[in-house]
Design a binder for this molecule. Structure first.
Ligand SMILES: [Zn+2]
Length: 173
């Protein structure tokens, strides 16, 4: 068989196989994540333990009822009126509902505006309660998400174009 025949046969095989390939495409999946916890929605809401616990219980109802996998990204410094023990109780509510937890920096710091050394501190300061809550269930802390999805500047004065979810999170398989 000549080279051109082989090339033509290979192309024909690809064309014929295309519908089969698309018919057998993998199941599409969506990852659901919630940021800025223990209490999202801006800094104006009540951030005391009882309020956060009540809001969290309502927020978790559909996830628990429908068994929807979700990853909650935590700013451990977000509700400064809460003690670490109270924060842990809220994080346990998420884990009890089947959620995974991720670090979202201590105070929602923006890497595009924060020196690297300070940002490293935001990461390490932002995870001890979260890591302990996961570790208590023999689970590792696997996820980190940059605040604002900013992964730093490509060059001075230019926001990074590399800020998609997939670059800063690993999806559950
Ligand atoms: Zn955020």
């Amino acid at each position: 068989m000549s080279r051109s025949w082989r090339a033509g046969l290979a192309l024909l095989t690809l064309v014929l196989a295309a519908p089969l390939i698309s018919a057998e495409s993998p199941v599409k999946q969506v990852a659901i994540t919630i940021d800025d916890l223990p209490l999202g929605g801006g800094d104006g809401g009540p951030c005391d333990f009882q309020s956060v616990r009540r809001i969290t219980a309502r927020l978790l109802e559909p996830f628990s009822a429908q068994r929807i996998p979700v990853t909650a990204f935590i700013n451990e410094g977000r509700c400064r009126d809460m003690t670490p023990r109270e924060l842990r109780a809220v994080l346990d509510m998420w884990l009890d509902a089947g959620a995974d937890l991720g670090n979202h920096t201590y105070s929602h710091a923006d890497l595009s505006r924060t020196p690297v050394a300070d940002f490293e501190g935001e990461i390490t300061r932002g995870e001890p309660v979260t890591r302990a809550a996961l570790g208590n269930r023999d689970r590792p802390l696997r996820y980190f998400r940059h605040s604002f999805l900013h992964t730093g500047l490509d060059r001075p004065g230019t926001p990074s174009s590399n800020f998609s979810h997939r670059t800063d999170t690993r999806w559950r398989r």
